[in-house]
Design a protein around this ligand. Sequence first.
Ligand SMILES: NC(=O)c1ccc[n+]([C@@H]2O[C@H](COP(=O)([O-])OP(=O)(O)OC[C@H]3O[C@@H](n4cnc5c(N)ncnc54)[C@H](O)[C@@H]3O)[C@@H](O)[C@H]2O)c1
Length: 261
Amino acid sequence: MSAPSSTSVAPAEAGAGLGLDGRGAIVTGAASGIGRATARLLAEAGARVCAVDVEAGGLAALATEAGCATIVADLSDPAACARVVAEATGPHGRLDILVNAAAILRRVAIADMDDALWHRLMDVNLRSQFALCRAAAAAMRPHGGRIVNVSSTAAFNGGAKNSSAYAITKGGSVALTRVLARELAPQGIAVNGVCPGGIDTPMGRQGLPEPEWSRHYEANVPLRRAGQPEEVARAILFVASEWAAGLSGHVLDVEGGLMLR
Ligand SMILES: NC(=O)c1ccc[n+]([C@@H]2O[C@H](COP(=O)([O-])OP(=O)(O)OC[C@H]3O[C@@H](n4cnc5c(N)ncnc54)[C@H](O)[C@@H]3O)[C@@H](O)[C@H]2O)c1
């Protein structure tokens, strides 16, 4: 028997016991990386996934591969966030799960960070999470649900060099998770966060070419490697599932032990 792969999950076992079958889910940032892996695993677990991203090409590929519905939207606009939830639920649909994974990273020293770029990072990374939580909470109100906000270890350790605005958005995401966990609990809505460390995605590889990228994680992460998007996706599925029925306001690190140092 061959050793099990650390990143592939057979469809039949993907959803076993998680209670995701038939759930209505929105996943943002689904054209790439962690969002894409999450949308794919949720679909394999039987959820009815609506995948959202500003990149139409990546969404089309995902739709073919995983059978997801898709919506192309720039989530920096709160009106677009409201439209996404309205379209994903439709007149008779039901929203059970929201995964907020869309984000951008820009590494710019504070001296060179102009106001337009600051606002862009806030709008894409943080205001979108707020606006989507607001619209999703209204859609979930009749029956409850689960929200997962993807933050980052940058919220706690300052992140990569010259990523002040990005790290601030991720700190805001953690605060949003904790505040809404308390506020939405009476409606049966659980709100949790996931904090990836260095993950092998286009964003994660930004600014550092091979072989320095691999060497960096080998030297600095206790597990001696960067994470894979599927590993973060599995943590997201867990907190979105019935297995995490007792969790709200929790922030789960998926970082290979990075935060131990
Ligand atoms: N990769 C890492 O090392 C790492 C580490 C910590 C946290 N994260 C977080 O994980 C999440 C996913 O990141 P990833 O590594 O998969 O990145 P990625 O760049 O692979 O994917 C991000 C996706 O967000 C989409 N997006 C960007 N702006 C958008 C907008 N305005 N509207 C709609 N969609 C938009 C992009 O098109 C892309 O498909 C992000 O929230 C990121 O901050 C990643």
